[in-house]
Write a protein of this length. Sequence first.
Length: 209
Amino acid sequence: MQIHSSFIRLAIIALVVFVPSRVVSQTRVEGGPLLGLYSPAGSFQPAPYYSTALPNAPSALTGAAMGGQGRIWFSRRLGLQLQVAWASSRVGGGNTPAGTAPSTPASVLTSSVQALFVLSHPSQRIQLWLSAGPGLVRHGGEAYARYGSPVQLATTLGFGSAIPMGSHLSLNLGATTFLYNIDVADSAGTSLEHGFQVDPLFHLGLSVR
């Protein structure tokens, strides 16, 4: 959590320091809540041994997500988006020589700062954009607590849209994909989850301008 908070603070400081004051005076700011589906599509490399507390595959971490989003538009074409989402699931478990092991609660917290480029013409009612930037992915919950709740640096790619619902309210639809290498290791340094990950987050939200 501390790493994610620092990540967000750095993004805000960068806006204040590097964006000229004349541009700030012309900006448009919007933000609001989001709901979504976190649906990892990558895979893990073979491990020396497996833990019943960890997922057998990234797809086991699929779950409903909730969070928030904020955007600042510097012009009709260019903007910056801050997005945070949290998803939970139950993973692992199954039959073992000692009996049936229960599943374990797991969570994934994602955050990103993405540059936005608008594709649609300003005269169009529905706004469409592409996005890209850095992100962080934190695996937590009881499943990952014993492994230090690792945080991975990611590259994010996505798209989004805004459908006006009034003079100051819009409906947002989109997807953000997190690309990164995961490495979850035990206390001896043995990697139990390792490999390139592709984690899409499909999201629906409301923005107040």
